[in-house]
Design a protein around this ligand. Structure first.
Ligand code: GDP
Ligand code: ADP
Length: 191
């Protein structure tokens, strides 16, 4: 049986974490672990799709491996959700802030394959968030947060551990992802 491994996709808002997890699902059948949040859904987000959307009260009824406060909202991931993803596939992915990514590397060790996403010019991210349809006030709040600023740089604990993907150009990022998947012997279904 193949070992169970988790691609932990991290980086600042807008660097392409969700895009990468969707690519891994579409082309490599790697399911994404759904996490919980108190953040309100964006217009295109469904409960049980992007996240399990929680109230301040319901959030704290779940059992988390870890949870964080990010730009004034809570986000948390449960062991049950990871186990559920692993029943479908020996590989799964999860999208986390860098604090969560460090916790996962420290607790799950070599089961974790960390991917750190970044861009050369952080200013470009604001345009991406606007194009994504985020509300202007949410963008302003997010970009001003300490967590956003922190996540623009790779944390020291991930240096030498995480594969760094500079996602300025999506075609180049896809090529890098394809190479990583090939290194793990994970087959691509179609182009
Ligand atoms: N530590 C941790 N971070 C999470 C979890 N779920 C989502 N995040 C991260 O929380 C941050 C904010 O997420 P979101 O509001 O959806 O904005 P995004 O950056 O555009 O995806 C992102 O860095 C997510 O990766 C979780 O369960 N634990
Ligand atoms: N290399 C890229 N160049 C331009 N836009 C991109 C690129 N990668 C992703 N995007 C777009 O940028 C926006 C933010 O990407 P997303 O995956 O939602 O980021 P995150 O999950 O890290 O917040 C989305 O609209 C996405 O389609």
């Amino acid at each position: 049986m193949l070992p169970q491994r988790l691609f932990v996709i991290t980086g600042a808002t807008g660097t392409g974490k969700t895009t990468v997890s969707q690519y891994l699902t579409e082309y490599y059948q790697i399911p994404r672990v759904i996490t919980h949040t108190t953040r309100p859904p964006r217009s295109n987000e469904q409960n049980g799709g992007a996240y399990y959307f929680e109230t301040q009260n319901s959030f704290f009824t779940k059992h988390y491996i870890e949870y964080v406060k990010y730009a004034d909202y809570y986000y948390g991931s449960s062991r049950e959700a990871i186990t559920a993803a692993w029943t479908k596939c020996p590989y799964a992915s999860i999208v986390l802030d860098t604090k969560g990514a460090v916790t996962y590397v420290e607790t799950l060790g070599t089961q974790v394959i960390p991917l750190f996403l970044t861009v050369k010019q952080p200013a470009a991210l604001i345009a991406r968030l606007t194009k994504r349809g985020d509300q202007q006030e949410m963008i302003t709040q997010r970009v001003a947060s300490a967590e956003y600023k922190r996540d623009l740089a790779i944390p020291p604990q991930l240096l030498g551990q995480a594969q760094v993907i500079v996602n300025d150009d999506w075609s180049a990022a896809k090529r890098q992802l394809d190479q990583i998947m090939q290194d793990y012997g994970i087959e691509k279904n179609a182009d």
